[in-house]
Design a protein around this ligand. Structure first.
Ligand SMILES: [Fe+2]
Length: 431
């Protein structure tokens, strides 16, 4: 199932990362790479991560209900972070040295505004606003984005910032893997966090790993997840097995069950694939909400030329169909495609927010497709309707559809795609 096609891939230069001269070791006690993640109970808890220079000592989160003025600063609760000192060499020979901090705040009030800061006395982050989910099914919008991966600072960041600017009320951001290009490359992770330092710290994220978050350490038999993944994120902690911690998980957000599958580990390890499939069936069978979105890096239905994930389809599609999964969100193919190959099955999507572009392959399953474009998707969820709108990075609507459902079972699909021509990158287009 490994991707085999690189030919004709029209790549924008990724030379920039090689030319940059970033610092890999954190040298300041000031918190950096601050991020908020959704937990498995987003109505009552949130997770925070950051890092600081080696030897920075204990770190804390201070948080309070948001007040009309600055009173929150006197009312804050302080919680000690779990601190993990890390010092390692990356595959690119970068020396990473930092204290990584993680806190999961629980006992929050649903549908409420909070304010928080991280760090310690003399080295606090700015106060930043966040909010909790409602406890019940209620309308909200989240952002779905595919691979950022290449030239993140130079060419990926502005597309993500446009997505955030056009979606000021995004409840959270969901990334379908290949956030960066070289698994543990710390400069690239720095670029990723640098895309929008404030919004990444204010808008919760969920991310599933792609093949580029995995690397095979020298001399190792098995691949390993980038060291930074579990150090810098605190994702829902309900994986089927320890090896899939924070890569396979579930979160329920206002009537929508979100399920992250680790596509690369399904591909690499039969044991992992079995564990994920068994676990998945339980999550689907026990879904308390009406809607289900599964997100994973590899698409079950490919869009890039020469690619096909047949094994993944065999393993997952019967469960998706049996339990009425509504949306399957993927990345990896550096193209756009949306379709419902089976009338009662999920709508499958492949999208790409980064600059790397591939030619399209067999797109007979799609209703709308595109290549040579960067896109972001607004997914608007309400108790009975789910509407997806895909925009190109210039803010123009490229695709849209909606699903309606009044009970359990397959949703009714309405195509809302604009009548504009599909944008297709020709093989001989020079970029
Ligand atoms: Fe990928």
């Amino acid at each position: 199932m490994r991707p085999t096609v690189r030919l004709g891939a029209i790549l924008f230069s990724s030379a920039l990362a090689l030319c940059a001269a970033p610092a890999f070791a954190q040298t300041s006690a000031m918190p950096e790479r601050v991020i908020v993640n959704l937990t498995d109970t987003p109505a009552t808890s949130l997770a925070f991560n950051w890092r600081a220079a080696p030897g920075s000592g204990d770190g804390f989160v201070e948080y309070a209900p948001l007040t009309p003025g600055p009173a929150y600063a006197q009312q804050a609760t302080r919680v000690a972070a779990q601190r993990t000192p890390a010092a390692f060499k990356t595959r690119d020979d970068q020396d990473v040295a930092a204290e990584y901090y993680s806190v999961r705040i629980t006992g929050l009030t649903s549908a409420s505004q909070y304010i928080y800061r991280v760090g310690k006395d003399g080295a606090w982050s700015p106060w930043r606003q966040v909010r909790t989910a409602a406890a019940e099914a209620k309308p909200f919008t989240f952002l779905y984005m595919g691979d950022v991966q290449n030239d993140i600072r130079a060419m990926g960041g502005h597309a993500v910032r446009r997505a955030l600017k056009e979606t000021p009320d995004a409840a959270f951001m969901l990334f379908t893997g290949d956030l960066i290009n070289r698994a543990d490359n710390d400069a690239e992770w720095g670029e990723w966090f640098g895309m929008d330092v404030d919004r990444i710290a204010e808008t919760p994220s969920l991310m599933t790993p792609g093949n580029h978050e995995y690397t095979k350490p020298q001399g190792a038999v098995a691949q390993a997840l980038a060291r930074q993944w579990r150090l810098q994120f605190t994702l829902p902690d309900n994986a089927p097995i320890e090896a899939l911690k924070e890569t396979v998980y579930r979160a329920d957000y206002q009537g929508l069950r979100l399920i992250s599958l680790d596509a690369d580990m399904m591909d690499e390890s039969p044991d992992s694939a079995r564990a994920q499939v068994q676990w998945l069936e339980r999550q689907l069978a026990e879904n308390p909400g009406r809607w289900t979105a599964v997100f994973l890096h590899y698409p079950l239905y490919s869009t890039a030329k020469g690619r096909d994930q047949g094994e993944l389809r065999v393993a997952l599609q019967p469960l998706f169909d049996k339990y009425g999964v509504d949306l399957v969100l993927a990345g990896h193919d550096h193209t756009y495609g949306r379709g419902r190959p089976h009338p009662k099955g999920p709508v499958y999507m492949v999208s790409n927010v980064g600059p790397k572009q591939y030619p399209l392959g067999d797109l007979s399953w799609t209703t709308r497709k595109g290549s040579g474009i960067q896109l972001y998707q607004q997914v608007e969820v309400s108790p009975t309707r789910l509407t997806v709108r895909a925009y190109t990075m210039d803010g123009v609507l490229y695709d849209a559809f909606r699903l309606d459902k009044n009970g359990k079972g397959p949703a009714a699909l309405t195509d809302l795609a604009p009548k504009t021509p599909e944008l297709i990158l020709r093989k001989d287009d020079k970029k």
